[in-house]
Design a protein around this ligand. Structure first.
Ligand SMILES: Cc1cc2nc3c(=O)[nH]c(=O)nc-3n(C[C@H](O)[C@H](O)[C@H](O)COP(=O)(O)OP(=O)(O)OC[C@H]3O[C@@H](n4cnc5c(N)ncnc54)[C@H](O)[C@@H]3O)c2cc1C
Length: 422
């Protein structure tokens, strides 16, 4: 082992999803000597699975109790768009990341609750979405009943964002062998030294501050540090997937009353099939269904919300689904927190971070830096001008995790619809 006392590092970020990577970028921009350690693959868990929508709060105006949250997130679409268009002065340079769509669509099905929901969405908004004429709508929504809204919420391809951030910070991002690859010397959550292991190699570092940004992994990390693992909560989803070369690329929400019935986002796989991810209520309610039932429910739901889609001509149509937990700071009623959340201990020497939403990663990073600034800047540890400790080069370089649909089994459409009704 090199540097048995530990190589001094300003901020050690643990976990390389959107939260950890954005925080690393912000710390380096602030002139700190920061390092990120990942136990598996970057973004495994929530970030590669995210639908990548940069919400501006429209969805939250559907429920009165969510109006606070709309305030926190309102600036995010413009902020992310700017990051995609300009050099990284006020944040990471995302010009090489892929924006899958500049906007999303919002429509309703023809039920009374659906009509009311759409009205509520329009009335409560600060930045009003744009209602479009029939000939401006995407073909899928030509005959949708009532208003169709174009919402200026861009959608980003999640892997391309994570890859762009990771590429920008090469040697500062290191991998260890699973959760056992990180060993803490700590007392009451105050971390003195961390040993990082990959293969036969190990290295000790001495961080001025540590940020836990490991999604669901924060629970285990906190438990190992002797802290309350219950500071976090999980909200499970059972996401559905459908793919075909004949599907159009489409991004939008179908609203029913104050619910988002289904949220659709699209990606293209390496065989030129378009893959739709189906979230929203379909995924929340789907938690209680097994895979076959969720695939069938998804097929029925798409027929109901997009009657013009018509699956009949799509010979290669296939369905899949996967489970994933959203990790957030615990709230009293188990609801989604309104903003990115940070819990700080020992004057910012240890923070636990949950972005709540992918879109809120910039706000999370700002909060982590504010919480840890004193600890890092008063440590007297080397700043960015001093290179990353060369000893870290012996650790592995983690890659970005694959999309969830690359790892799932798929069922042919005819087998899905011939299964028992849900
Ligand atoms: C299906 C789905 C769709 C979503 N869609 C949207 C959306 O459209 N828009 C939006 O704004 N938000 C969306 N979200 C929410 C968003 O994805 C999350 O808020 C965000 O990605 C959380 O990022 P994170 O970096 O905190 O956690 P994660 O992405 O879970 O990353 C955690 C990282 O830590 C690593 N790790 C885990 N344990 C350890 C450990 N012990 N040591 C070291 N590393 C560890 C993991 O491998 C991973 O790299 C969605 C969430 C889901 C699940």
């Amino acid at each position: 082992m090199s540097g048995s006392d530990g190589h001094p590092v300003g901020l050690l970020v643990i976990g390389g999803g959107i939260a950890g990577l954005w925080t690393l970028d912000a710390a380096v921009r602030a002139g700190w000597n920061a390092v990120l350690v990942e136990a598996f693959e970057l973004g495994r868990g929530q970030s590669v699975a995210a639908q990548g929508i940069i919400h501006g709060g429209l969805k939250y105006t559907l429920r009165e109790r969510d109006l606070e949250a709309a305030g926190a997130i309102a600036e995010m679409p413009a902020f992310w768009r700017e990051r995609h268009e300009s050099e990284g002065e006020t944040g990471p340079d995302l010009r090489r990341a892929r924006m899958s769509a500049p906007c999303t669509w919002m429509w309703r099905t023809d039920t009374l609750s659906s009509r009311l929901g759409m009205l509520g969405a329009k009335a409560a908004l600060r930045t009003r979405p744009h209602a479009v004429e029939e000939d401006e709508r995407p073909a899928l929504l030509r005959s949708a009943p009532g208003t169709v809204l174009r919402v200026a919420e861009p959608v980003f391809d999640t892997r391309s964002v994570l890859e762009t951030l990771a590429r920008a910070h090469g040697r500062r991002i290191v991998g260890v062998d699973g959760i056992e690859g990180i060993e803490f010397s700590s007392a009451g959550g105050r971390v003195e030294r961390v040993i990082l292991r990959s293969g036969d190699f190990e290295v000790a570092i001495r961080p001025a501050a540590v940020a836990l940004a490991a999604g669901t992994g924060n629970e285990g990390l906190r438990a190992r540090l002797g802290l309350d693992p219950e500071a976090g909560q999980r909200r499970p989803l059972h996401m559905a997937l459908v793919r075909s070369r004949s599907l159009p690329e489409f991004h939008g929400h179908c609203v029913d009353g104050n619910r988002t019935r289904v949220t659709i986002t699209s990606a293209r796989d390496d065989r030129d099939r378009v893959v739709w991810q189906l979230g929203g209520d379909l995924a929340e309610r789907g938690v209680g269904r097994d895979d076959a039932a969720q695939r069938r429910a998804a097929a029925e739901e798409l027929r109901a919300v997009l009657p013009t889609l018509g699956f009949d001509g799509m010979e290669d149509l296939e369905w899949s689904s996967y489970r994933v937990d959203r990790a957030e700071r615990r709230t009293r009623a188990g609801l989604r927190p309104d903003d990115a959340e940070v819990v700080s201990l020992h004057g910012g020497r240890l923070v636990t971070a949950w972005p709540t939403k992918w879109a809120l990663a910039p706000r999370l990073a700002a909060s982590v830096l504010a919480a840890t600034r004193d600890a890092v800047e008063s440590s007297g540890f080397p700043t960015i001008a001093d290179a990353v400790p060369a000893a870290l080069d012996g650790l592995r370089r983690p890659r970005v995790a694959p999309y969830p649909w690359e790892e799932r089994s798929w069922t042919k459409h005819r087998d899905v619809v011939s299964a028992e009704p849900v």
